[in-house]
Design a binder for this molecule. Structure first.
Ligand SMILES: *Cc1c(COP(=O)(O)O)cnc(C)c1O
Length: 408
C-alpha cells in the first residue's frame, strides 16, 4: 500500500544542457561510460594499481615528474585549501595576488590559519602587477606568492613566469591555482617552476566536479615533512593523504571511486588529443567567439587582449538588457547555460566558458545564434547573423576545425 501522505518522487531525468559556464563543462560520453563501471573497494589491488595510471596521467597533464601528484577528493576550492594549509604555519606571511573572487578565496583561507596575508590587488578585469608584489614583499619573510593562473570571475589570465621571477627575488614559493586552465591553455609546471599547483576536475578536463588534482615539488614535500606542527586540517594534510596515494596505499579516507574512473578517462582523452592540440582548439574557439561577439556590437570586459583568459570570456551586458532574462531564455529555449558575474560585477557581465568537451566549433556557432535570437527578442538592435558569420570566417582562417577527436 502506498502511504498517501508520502509524495511520489519520479525518476531522475535531468535535462541535457550544453554547459558553456566557467564550469562545470559538458562531459564527454566516454567519461560517462567509465562512470558506469562497477564500484570496487578502495583497497582492492586492482584499484590501487589503477591509481598509478591516474597519477601518471596527471603528471603528464601538469607536465611534471613530481612524486606527490594526485587528485584530492574535493572540489577546486579543496585544492586551494590543501595548497595553502600545507604551505603555511600559523603566523607565517604570504602574498596573494587578488584580481577576483577565486584569488580572494586563497587569501581568505590563508587568513583563517591564521597567517599574515599581504593582499596585492588589481581591479576585476586586470592582472596584478608583479612589481607591486615585489614592493609589497621586499625585506619581509614571505612563505609563498599565490595567484590564480586564470581568474574565472573576471576572465583574466596571469603570465606565470613574471610571478616566478618575483617569488625568486623574495625567496618565496610559488602557488598557482590552475582550476580554470589545466588542459585548456599552456601550462608547464616544471618549466615554469611552480612549487604547488592545483586544479579542478570539472573545467577544461571535463570530468564531473568533485576532484582537485594537485602537484607539489620535492622542495615543498621536504618542508612538509619537516613541519614542527601538524597541518591544521586532518583531511587536507598531504603528508598523510600520500600514504594512500603513495607507495604504501594505506587507508586515509574512502575516495570517490567513480570520480576517479572519470578522471582517468577524461585525462586519457586529454592526452590522446595532445596538450598542444587541445590548447590550439581552445584558442581557435575563443577567437571565433570573440569575433562573433564583437560583430554583434557587444564588447568584452577585459580590454587588453593579452590579458584575456582563453577558457572564460567575459562579455559586457549592453545597456537596457536584463541579465537574468537573457540567461533564462538561453536555458529554456536553447538548453544552453552561461554564467553571470560574481561579486562587484554581478549584473554587469556574462561569462561564457569554452572548456574541454564544451569547447567545439558547433557549440560556439550555436551559442552565437542563440544569443543573437535572444538579444533580438529582448529588443537589442543587431544585424541578425552578424555574429555567426564573423565566427564562421574566423574558423575558416584557422587551419583545423575545433572538434574533439578531429583527425590530425
Ligand atoms: C572554479 C574555480 C575554483 C573553485 O572550484 P570549485 O570546484 O567550485 O570549488 C577555484 N579557482 C578557480 C580559478 C576556479 O575557476
Amino acid at each position: 500500500m502506498i502511504d498517501r501522505r508520502q509524495k511520489v518522487i519520479g525518476e531522475l531525468l535531468p535535462p541535457e544542457r550544453l554547459m558553456m559556464t566557467p564550469g562545470p563543462s559538458s562531459v564527454d560520453p566516454r567519461v560517462y561510460r567509465a562512470m558506469a563501471a562497477p564500484i570496487v573497494g578502495h583497497m582492492d589491488p586492482w584499484f590501487t594499481k589503477m591509481m598509478d595510471d591516474v597519477q601518471e596521467l596527471l603528471r603528464q597533464a601538469f607536465q611534471t615528474s613530481n612524486h606527490l601528484t594526485f587528485p584530492i577528493s574535493a572540489s577546486g576550492s579543496g585544492g586551494i585549501e590543501a595548497a595553502v594549509m600545507n604551505a603555511l604555519d600559523a603566523g607565517d606571511q604570504c602574498i596573494v595576488c587578488i584580481n577576483g573572487a577565486f584569488s580572494e578565496r586563497m587569501a581568505i583561507i590563508a587568513e583563517r590559519i591564521p597567517a599574515k596575508v599581504i593582499r596585492v590587488e588589481a581591479p576585476y578585469g586586470r592582472t596584478v602587477d608583479p612589481q607591486d608584489v615585489l614592493r609589497a614583499g621586499k625585506g619581509k619573510k614571505i612563505k609563498f606568492v599565490g595567484l590564480a593562473h586564470g581568474e574565472t570571475s573576471s576572465g583574466v589570465v596571469h603570465r606565470i613566469d613574471d610571478y616566478r621571477k618575483v617569488a625568486d627575488e623574495l625567496g618565496a614559493l610559488l602557488v598557482v591555482d590552475t582550476v580554470a586552465t589545466l588542459a585548456g591553455i599552456p601550462l608547464d609546471v616544471t618549466k615554469q617552476g611552480i612549487d604547488i599547483c592545483f586544479s579542478g576536475s570539472q573545467k577544461a578536463i571535463s570530468a564531473p566536479p568533485g576532484m582537485a588534482p594537485i602537484t607539489v615539488n620535492t622542495r615543498v614535500e621536504e618542508a612538509m615533512h619537516a613541519r614542527k606542527e601538524p597541518v591544521r586540517s586532518w583531511y587536507f594534510d598531504l603528508t598523510s593523504a600520500m600514504n594512500y596515494w603513495g607507495k604504501e596505499r594505506l587507508y586515509h579516507h574512502t575516495p570517490p571511486i567513480t570520480l576517479i574512473y572519470a578522471m582517468r578517462e577524461a585525462l586519457r582523452a586529454v592526452l590522446e588529443e595532445g596538450l598542444e592540440a587541445r590548447w590550439e582548439r581552445h584558442l581557435r574557439s575563443q577567437q571565433a567567439l570573440i569575433a562573433g561577439i564583437e560583430a554583434m556590437g557587444l564588447s568584452l570586459f577585459v580590454t587588453d587582449p593579452a590579458d584575456r583568459l582563453v577558457t572564460v570570456t567575459a562579455i559586457n551586458i549592453p545597456a537596457g538588457i536584463e541579465d537574468a532574462k537573457v540567461r533564462l531564455q538561453l536555458l529554456n529555449e536553447f538548453n544552453i547555460e552561461i554564467a553571470g558575474g560574481l561579486g562587484p560585477i554581478k549584473g554587469k557581465i556574462w561569462r561564457v566558458g569554452l572548456m574541454g568537451y564544451s569547447c567545439q566549433e558547433a557549440n560556439v556557432l550555436l551559442f552565437l545564434a542563440a544569443l543573437e535570437k535572444t538579444l533580438l527578442d529582448q529588443g537589442f538592435r543587431l544585424p541578425a547573423g552578424a555574429g555567426v558569420g564573423a565566427a564562421i570566417q574566423s574558423y575558416q582562417h584557422s587551419s583545423q576545425p575545433a572538434i574533439v577527436g578531429a583527425k590530425k
